[in-house]
Design a protein around this ligand. Sequence first.
Ligand SMILES: [Zn+2]
Length: 344
Amino acid sequence: MIHSYRAWRGVNTGVKNLHPSLVSKTGGDDVLLPFAPIGRWQLIRSDQEIANKRVSAIDKTKKSSAETPAKRKNPAPVSVRPSKKRKLPPPAPVGLMWDRVNYSCAYDTLFVRLYHIWNGHGPLWTNRFASVTEYTDQLGKGFESYALKTRTSETVRDQVRRSLATANPTGFPNGPEFTFLYMLTDTMFGSCFWGRETLKCLKCNLVDNVTQGYPCTRTVYKDVGLKATYKDEYMLSHWLNALKISRTFGRCTVCKGGLARIEVPVIAPPVLHFALDDSSIRLDPSFNITVWQATVRYALRSVIYIGNHHFTTRILKENGDVWFHDGIETGLTCIAEGQALLGI
Ligand SMILES: [Zn+2]
């Protein structure tokens, strides 16, 4: 934070009212030196650029292999400088540094994953975010200003956070307080309902009730029947499909027949969130939802975990690369974890 301040105000800027633990025993503030610019979010290349780079790297490898026999025929000692390009790991996706004063892991995990959805599409997703709520609108515009280097990643996060706290100081507290992720996603995405739920009699077809269905964050409860049917192949898409029509305990007011709950999506929101109550369910890399006879494909882009009241996340890139982010451990970057397996 101090380095951020000095980077902003100038390297030689003094810091007033410095905490005693940061002041050297000689009484000066030399504990702050040497000054070094801290890392910031870096725009990563688009997946297509990465793919092109990999194709290019493969081409180079093939050429190198073809040339190797010829080189072996020449015993002359040749100092071969290893190619730096081949040793470079893929660019690490950006992360967010955890705020140890105002605990921020819920915001870090959600905003990092949304940034990676936004990144590579830019204005398209800025417009999509603008169409959801004032908070996603603010975040999308914040991503743009970050891309233009006019704001830091922490500034973008904290500005959206302040807007949330102003509207709901209890739900989005400052200080060493826990923030519920479902409350954050529901507020960010507007507690929107994107479906219609109908209670219908299976015997006389009476429509008992029509309500809004498909809330923004959908809790995936355990379903013993589905688990028994699909066993180890039980996927999130099975659970979603089963929602289309399910039996209820209700009875028809006319014929006393059984009531079924029929859920139909009526809009396709830009992002879907699921809270998994069933940890044994497997996640589809992608699945389709039909809305008004149009098929909309959704791809898995991140998984958020909670442990010891702290959120961390795995980000899945379009090319299958998996990256791990923990605002405490990995901070401004992510750690590569290889390629995703189908149905993780
Ligand atoms: Zn009936």
